[in-house]
Design a protein around this ligand. Structure first.
Ligand SMILES: Cc1cc2nc3c(=O)[nH]c(=O)nc-3n(C[C@H](O)[C@H](O)[C@H](O)COP(=O)(O)OP(=O)(O)OC[C@H]3O[C@@H](n4cnc5c(N)ncnc54)[C@H](O)[C@@H]3O)c2cc1C
Length: 432
């Protein structure tokens, strides 16, 4: 199988058109025969047949090993093309156009990988980046706790040093994909006598280690996409600490900034690959729409989606010149979450009675539930997607919190009052 090597595509002067051509010719060499022609000609039957026959796991491996799954990651770790975000957009345009299946591991690829690239050791990058890109090792994010969600810096899970290891005790909640994960990004308190933001450290935890207990939580959709995770004397080698001891908040901010990008419609899973509907797909599905009110709602969705795309492009250009993700990711995280809820509302209204039913999915532990199943099996149910969208304004930070961040860190307004900020964490009253 002839594939472009990362070294070949990583040419600083390469034009967007040349990148698109290279991506197309690589796809032509690896996709089943007839796939690209079927997409180009709108032959959905042939596309669906070819898509169903494709092994999702094998395909993710091919995509990951080629570097196309994670085009901005440094090629030297065996899973990236070292492209800047603007160049990666050209690659992703072609992958999206040809409706290429993508890894469902949005947490690992969208947040874990970029955090390791920015803050991890060489050993961590060499060990962990490649299996992440190939979707062979799934990751989860262990930040939220029953007593610490929006105020995640107040968390109570403890990490206590024991020689070259850390011993972890505590509980996390809403941990998406924990039941399928090999690794977790864990934020834990290493110094309870420091103020809450300064006593945290960041670890990569083995989700299969003794003492990790994962219990699924069933959502409104009937899926069990997220979990409670209990950690009882779990040992983590110090080599799996990311960033200096006590500097976990800075590392966590890197994860959270990237989470906002991943949830803003700018991630590689945006569009078709996410299993959700875009305004154009919705318009195509219901065309011709004779009712004037519905036409107006669809037109507004189309405009809103364009605005999000343009804002994402602006943020990507800023990252291209200035390096890492900044607080402006909160703009499109906020816009995308509220847009998707409006979109799903219109979708379900236009669908009529058919929008009320869907095929339930397995809730047994280990089931490929929710968006995982949608992405892997190339399907989405309108009613399930509508229900799932209700979480968009909560997950990855609520819309209220996004507005706070925008006010303080983008517009420069005074900081929200928080009298616990400078107190030792141990002295701050807590309910849990
Ligand atoms: C589908 C889904 C998946 C998730 N996946 C993960 C995951 O994988 N890993 C993980 O760590 N977490 C995950 N979460 C948790 C998520 O990050 C939290 O739910 C979120 O940050 C809100 O925290 P909370 O639920 O504790 O609500 P709270 O923080 O208790 O907030 C309750 C309400 O108060 C408001 N509020 C709180 N503080 C302020 C403030 N300072 N100013 C204004 N309003 C405020 C909030 O906006 C909200 O309306 C997930 C959540 C969902 C819904």
């Amino acid at each position: 199988m002839a594939i472009d090597t990362p070294a070949k595509i990583n040419d600083g002067d390469i034009t967007a058109d040349a990148l698109r051509d290279q991506t197309r010719s690589w796809l032509a060499s690896v996709l089943p025969e007839g796939w690209m022609e079927a997409v180009d000609s709108g032959d959905t039957d042939t596309y669906s047949k070819l898509r169903s026959a494709l092994s999702y796991n094998d395909w993710c491996k091919t995509l990951g090993e080629s570097g196309y799954a994670t085009p901005t990651w440094p090629a030297e770790y065996g899973a990236g093309l070292s492209l800047n975000p603007g160049q990666a957009r050209s690659v992703n345009e072609v992958l999206n156009h040809y409706r290429v299946p993508r890894p469902f591991n949005i947490i690992g690829i969208g947040m874990g990988g970029p955090t390791l690239i920015a803050c991890g050791t060489e050993e961590q990058k060499m060990q962990l980046l490649r299996p992440l890109a190939t979707n062979e090792e799934i990751w989860c994010q262990l930040f939220s706790e029953p007593g610490a969600g929006s105020d995640v810096a107040g968390l109570a899970t403890r990490a206590v040093r024991d020689g070259d290891e850390w011993i972890i005790n505590g509980q996390k909640v809403w941990t998406t994909l924990a039941h399928l994960s090999r690794w977790g990004m864990l934020l834990a308190r290493t110094d309870p006598d420091s103020p809450k933001h300064r006593g945290l450290s960041y670890f990569i935890i083995d989700m299969q280690a003794p003492g990790v207990d994962i219990r699924p939580l069933v959502q409104i959709t009937g899926d069990a996409e997220f979990n409670e995770v209990f950690m009882d004397n779990v040992r983590i080698p110090d080599s799996m600490r990311v960033g200096p001891e006590g500097d976990g908040w800075r590392v966590a901010i890197t994860t959270l900034m990237n989470e906002r990008i991943a949830l803003s419609g700018a991630g590689s899973l945006a569009g078709d690959a996410a299993g959700g509907s875009t305004s154009e797909k919705l318009i195509a599905r219901h065309r011709p729409v004779s009712d004037l009110g519905s036409r107006q709602r669809l037109a507004q969705l189309f405009i809103d989606e364009r605005l999000i795309k343009l804002n994402n492009q602006r943020a990507a250009e800023k990252r291209r010149s200035g390096g890492e993700a900044g607080p402006e990711g909160s703009i499109t995280k906020l816009m995308q979450a509220e847009f998707n809820q409006r979109l799903q509302k219109v979708a379900i209204d236009l669908e009529g009675p058919g929008g009320m039913a869907w095929e339930g999915q397995g809730t047994e532990p280990g089931a490929m539930a929710g968006f995982v199943s949608d992405v892997a099996n190339n399907r989405s149910d309108i009613s399930r997607t509508f229900l799932r969208a209700q979480a968009n304004t909560i997950e990855g930070g609520t819309s209220n919190i996004m507005r706070n961040i925008l006010g303080e860190r983008v517009l420069g307004l005074p900081k929200e009052f928080d009298d616990s900020r400078e107190k030792a964490w141990i002295d701050v009253p807590r309910s849990v």
